[in-house]
Design a protein around this ligand. Structure first.
Ligand code: NZQ
Ligand code: ZN
Length: 389
């Protein structure tokens, strides 16, 4: 490893099918006023809402609610939540849901005591909070984003059609604790499960496809990918397999809790393309990534052949004998495509509602990153988006 870095992750995790009981341990650490944050109602159907509320009541908390946080949470919804949290003098924001709910709670947390407009400050100027940050706790119901153990918060501005993620540097934005019960993910629709699986895989790829040094982070990434491939195939056939779902949940957390990016520059172009598509289509996050991934990776492969070859051999068990490096590398991507099709992922952006007429606007909404194997020009972005149609 050649980089210089620091590493600190303060989120306390409780994992397993009995993990919710640890909410009793965590709640006394915070003041009386709790804002319960959740999505469109899945937690009411599967009983998690009642179980959480029981614990909140028995801990003597004064509870307000922000309900209806939508997938790809919007700026308008953020303003609404800030007003509720302010009115309730929130001591803790308890997010119960998937990445959208967790992200949203973090965005509220950095905005409650902020006098400036959060969109301008955090999403256009990418500044760090200068105000008090309300603590966030998380009860996770969907595996994918890693939001339960990171400082990312993605918000969509529907007026300007921009979907932007801010990964805060301040560790106080990370959830103070996260409860990960794999049982909770068993009620996810199949499509959400596979979208989450691809999101996890993509997070690992975004951090893996960069750099040329021999880096421990890349070996950890390969292990995570191999575990995910195995568990995802089992879960795809048998979604109620607890062991597979539990491995997927744990892999999701480690895929994006900052560990595997240590000592590396990171790529994140698949996410930038996917987010721009998402801003125009409001499509499921993981599916926006699967729809643009292969055109993107095929495009950059010539600039990072050795890493794509390593990916083919170490992750997909491609036999390199008798092949050029590029042939081996391309066979890795072909194997990846086979797995993606097996899971039934969305493979093009047309299916998500994107059209040829939108391509220019989507390209305008795509942030260009410089940590991967190739800094894309706008023309290349347009080309990749067209190939993704
Ligand atoms: O809203 P409810 O009714 O709860 O339904 C949700 C939602 O419709 C449902 N769901 C969640 N848990 C369930 C369940 N349904 C049945 N049973 C359960 N146990 O699933 C749907 C999707 O939920 P959502 O939270 O939107 O999914 P996900 O976890 O994929 O989060 C996506 C958001 O996270 C952002 C994405 O951009 C997107 O806005 N990301 C956050 C990141 C981070 N913090 O680091 C990184 C990611 O790359 C990503 O960008
Ligand atoms: Zn993602």
């Amino acid at each position: 490893m050649l980089g210089n870095f620091s590493y600190c992750n303060p989120t306390k995790l409780y994992f397993g099918d009995e993990s919710l009981s640890y909410l009793n341990t965590e709640l006394p650490k915070y003041g009386k006023n709790v804002v319960l944050v959740y999505g469109g109602g899945s937690i009411k159907k599967n009983g998690i809402y009642e179980d959480v509320l029981k614990i909140l009541r028995s801990s003597g908390k004064n509870v307000a609610e922000i309900a209806g946080v939508m997938p790809n949470p919007t700026l308008a919804k953020l303003y609404e939540g800030i007003a509720i949290a302010r009115g309730h003098h929130a001591d803790l924001l308890l997010a119960v849901g998937g990445g959208s709910v967790c992200d949203y709670a973090k965005a509220v947390a950095v905005s409650v005591h902020c006098e400036e407009d959060p969109w301008d400050k955090y999403y256009l100027r990418f500044e760090e909070p200068t105000c008090e940050i309300v603590p966030v706790g998380c009860v996770l119901t969907m595996a994918g984003t890693g939001s339960e153990m990171n400082a990312g918060a993605v918000i969509t501005n529907q007026e300007t059609k921009r979907k932007i993620g801010h990964v805060f540097a301040d560790e106080k934005v990370m959830p103070r604790f996260a409860i990960l019960n794999p049982q909770y993910t068993l009620t996810l629709p199949h499509e959400q499960m596979t979208a989450g699986i691809y999101d996890i895989f993509s997070h690992i790829c975004e951090q893996y496809f960069s750099g040329e040094d021999d880096n421990t982070s890349d070996y950890i990434s390969e292990g995570l990918m191999r575990s995910l491939l195995r568990s995802s195939r089992i879960a795809n056939q048998e979604p109620q397999d607890y062991e597979a779902r539990s491995n997927i949940m744990w892999t999701a957390t480690w895929a994006l809790n900052t560990l595997i990016s240590r000592g590396k520059s990171t790529d994140w172009m698949v996410h930038m393309l996917g987010q721009a598509v998402g801003a125009y289509t409001n499509a499921t996050h993981g599916m926006t990534l699967s729809a643009v991934s292969l055109p993107y990776y095929r495009h950059i492969l010539p600039y990072g052949v050795q890493k794509f070859k390593r990916f083919a051999v170490n992750v997909w068990d491609v036999d390199p004998s008798g092949k050029t490096d590029e042939q081996t590398a391309r066979q890795g991507l072909a194997a990846m495509e086979g797995w993606m099709r097996e899971l039934g992922l969305t493979m093009n952006i047309s299916e998500l509602g994107a059209t040829e007429e939108m391509i220019d606007d989507i390209a305008d909404g795509t942030l260009i990153m410089n940590g991967g194997y190739k800094v894309l020009s706008r023309d290349e972005i347009v080309e990749i988006l067209k190939e993704s149609l």
